[in-house]
Design a protein around this ligand. Structure first.
Ligand code: KG4
Ligand code: ZN
Length: 334
């Protein structure tokens, strides 16, 4: 089964062709970073306009790279349930037009479920259940994945997602956008113990997260240091990153222990973070647990993960009608 995936949740326009859920034939990502970096954050209106401008080209490129035409496509999967509404609308509209004119079944999917399939894509034999931490700029959840399509939402962020905190800290330090990869690099030259930032929610007996207090603690520290002179940016970002990683790792491990689950997976943009990967590798090895991360090219929003998910849904007989709607925040796993 050849599936065309389409993903336009935020600021990446992506289309991919994936065969039988696991073989990536193409995965084209039009990264809008240059459109948004001067604003140091994603501007929703500009994101939607850019998606509209490039979506046809991106889909054609994905087909070209896979050496296919629409006649070779058995199904279309599209993120229809999570992201900036006007951005999601562009992907859903494109998918419906193609589905209608080429008589191809279409299925609307949830972006977060897509991130889970960024792991399953490369590991078709992964054993259920596993605890999945999905962590990016727009979402931060702990999910007990019990099987294909079977999810127990354990917890999520009550305010900012971890990636959002990375982006906001980078913005307040004026070091660029998106903040995650920049901080990841800069932190290597800093001392993670230089500042003792709070580890929010660690003492709470639940699986929820909260990162806005940590961001405010960084802001207060920066304001205090400004009055004294130079700001030690590498030390600040290293200490901030250590606090985020401590929270993400501890909460994930707590959930796995409580649920008696010995496999852990991490997905979403922040799963590219080098310290997070190292910390998870160390702690899961020590506890004899199995760990999965997506390959780096599948951490960020991409259509290959959506196509892989669509394969499982379509195989299960699930499709959407041409009245498929775009939604910005459909609840997940409840
Ligand atoms: O999954 P994604 O592409 O989009 C959303 O669904 O939000 O994730 C983007 C987020 C941004 O907040 C970015 O700063 C963060 O992922 N990110 C990172 C790293 N690379 C990307 N955060 C920490 N360390 C990284 N290396
Ligand atoms: Zn995402």
């Amino acid at each position: 089964m050849n599936i065309l995936g389409i993903e336009t949740a935020c600021d990446d326009t992506s289309a991919a062709v994936v065969r039988n859920g696991h073989e990536i034939l193409s995965n084209v990502i039009w990264d809008q970073q240059r459109v948004h970096e001067k604003y140091r954050g994603v501007v929703p209106e500009l994101a939607a306009r850019k998606h509209t401008e490039v979506i046809t080209h991106v889909i054609e490129e994905a087909l070209d790279q896979a050496n296919m035409t629409y006649d070779d496509i058995d199904g279309i999967g599209v993120n229809a349930m999570r992201g900036l509404l006007r951005s999601v609308v562009v992907g859903v509209s494109a998918a419906k037009v193609i589905a209608f004119s080429h008589h191809i079944p279409v299925i609307g999917l949830h972006h977060i479920e897509g991130h889970i399939y960024s792991i399953i894509l490369d590991h078709p034999d992964i054993e259920f259940p596993f605890i999945c931490l999905t962590v990016s700029g727009g979402h931060n959840m702990l999910i007990n994945v019990k099987g294909h399509g079977q999810y127990e939402l354990l917890g999520m962020t009550l305010d900012d997602a971890a990636g959002e905190a990375f982006d906001k800290v980078a913005k307040l330090l004026n070091i660029g956008f998106p903040g995650g990869p920049i901080i990841d690099q800069l932190a290597r030259t800093g001392n993670p113990k230089a500042f003792s930032f709070p580890r929010p929610m660690l003492n709470k007996p639940n699986d929820d997260f909260s990162f806005s207090g940590l961001k405010t603690a960084v802001l207060t520290t920066v304001q205090r240091l400004k009055t004294k002179g130079e700001i030690p940016i590498p030390d600040i970002v290293a200490s901030f990153q250590q606090a985020v990683v401590d929270v993400l790792v501890t909460k994930t491990m707590n959930a796995a222990t409580r649920k008696h689950v010995s496999t852990v997976a991490v997905a979403g943009g922040v799963s590219a973070n080098s310290l997070l990967r190292q910390a998870f590798e160390e702690i899961t090895a020590k506890n004899n647990m199995t760990l999965y991360f997506p390959q780096l090219s599948l951490c960020m929003d991409n259509a290959a993960m959506i196509a892989s998910l669509a394969y499982y849904k379509l195989k299960n007989g699930e499709t959407s009608g041409l009245d498929l709607d775009a939604n910005s925040n459909t609840p997940f796993g409840i």
